[in-house]
Design a protein around this ligand. Structure first.
Ligand SMILES: NC(=O)c1ccc[n+]([C@@H]2O[C@H](COP(=O)([O-])OP(=O)(O)OC[C@H]3O[C@@H](n4cnc5c(N)ncnc54)[C@H](OP(=O)(O)O)[C@@H]3O)[C@@H](O)[C@H]2O)c1
Length: 295
């Protein structure tokens, strides 16, 4: 464990921060806390150092190709590669119930297209038998969709990256052209976020098929967690929510590959639209009302 190197994206706060803390606690030798903002990153490092942990820091904006490339070069030169990559950084829609084009582009860039950049630069330096964990959501389960064409295309065995990009672009074009059809989706709130996370789960399966060298790629719903993303509503603390990513990073058998996990560490069938484990906005709305965040 002491010679392992782990990277957690977007880890200056929230679930990413707690995951870094937990990886340090478990004795992973080199844990990179990364943040797009240097000050926020250094503050987080300072807090962890006060507790006796020794994470390393690197500035990383996942939407900035240069930033991703520079970090990958640093990892290669300084450590020869990495063993654990937790793709945690993400954004949610600015307005939970309205879907605008600009906001959808922003969310999908950060939550989906950034992962393709990370794949381009980081996958070549993953060590044999490395582990990649894509932090998705219950918003990313296929049952968030009702459109049967896209359900079939995204769940087919021989799915390719082009299928996922076509799905994301179909959504963005529909928003741009004002042709979004409510019948295609289980629920309309957080729609761009749902699309980005469905794309991420689909990508997990494609990445797993292509990566080789014993490497595993799994995705995960970390639970409904009290963080800035949820305006501090939720049922889990960040410490509780860090348990499942750390389990996938350190404890699950290496043979577990290309799967979708729940925050309680159980595997769920991602490709089953009848499972009905999609995110229910009424639950979020109720919590937002209880905290007087909405009337
Ligand atoms: N909280 C939940 O209930 C919940 C439920 C399901 C899934 N998730 C997923 O869990 C993960 C963590 O979410 P969270 O709740 O911990 O959210 P959070 O507290 O808002 O933290 C998100 C982190 O991502 C970073 N980030 C955003 N854009 C970035 C970029 N371009 N480059 C680098 N870092 C960036 C943020 O940095 P800044 O501080 O600079 O903004 C922050 O550190 C996300 O993937 C989220 O979708 C959360």
């Amino acid at each position: 464990m002491g010679d392992k190197l782990a990277v957690v994206t977007g880890s200056n706060k929230g679930i990413g921060y707690a995951t870094v803390r937990q990886l340090c606690k478990r004795g992973v030798g080199y844990v990179y806390l990364t943040a797009r903002d240097i000050k926020r990153g250094e503050k987080a490092i300072e807090n962890l150092k006060k507790e006796g942990f020794k994470p390393l820091f690197y500035q990383l904006d996942v939407t900035d190709r240069n930033s991703v490339r520079t970090f990958a070069e640093h990892l290669k030169q300084t450590h020869g590669g990495l063993d654990i990559l937790i793709n945690n950084a993400a954004l949610i829609t600015s307005n939970f119930t309205e879907t605008t084009y600009e906001d959808s582009v922003r969310v999908i860039d950060a939550n989906y297209f950034s992962i393709l950049t990370i794949q381009e630069y980081m996958f070549p330096i993953l060590k044999d038998n490395a582990r990649v964990i894509n932090i998705s959501s219950d918003c990313g389960h296929i049952s968030n969709l009702k459109n049967t064409y896209w359900i079939n295309r995204l769940t087919k065995q021989d799915i390719k990256l082009d299928d996922i990009n076509a799905f994301v672009n179909w959504f963005l074009d529909s928003v741009k052209n004002g042709t979004l059809n409510e019948e295609d989706f289980q629920e309309m709130p957080l729609l761009a976020y749902r699309i980005s996370k469905i794309a991420l789960c689909s990508l997990t399966r494609v990445q797993q098929k292509e990566v080789g060298r014993g490497i595993s790629v799994n995705s995960l719903h970390p639970g409904y967690v009290k963080t800035d993303m949820t305006k501090t509503t939720g049922f889990l603390t960040i410490e509780e929510a860090s348990e499942a990513p750390v389990y996938l990073a350190l404890d699950v058998d290496q043979s577990v590959k290309g799967k979708y996990f729940w925050f309680d560490k159980t595997e769920k069938e991602w490709a089953d639209p009848n499972l009905k484990i999609h995110s229910t906005y009424a639950v979020v709305e109720k919590c937002l009302r209880e905290l007087n965040i909405i009337q």
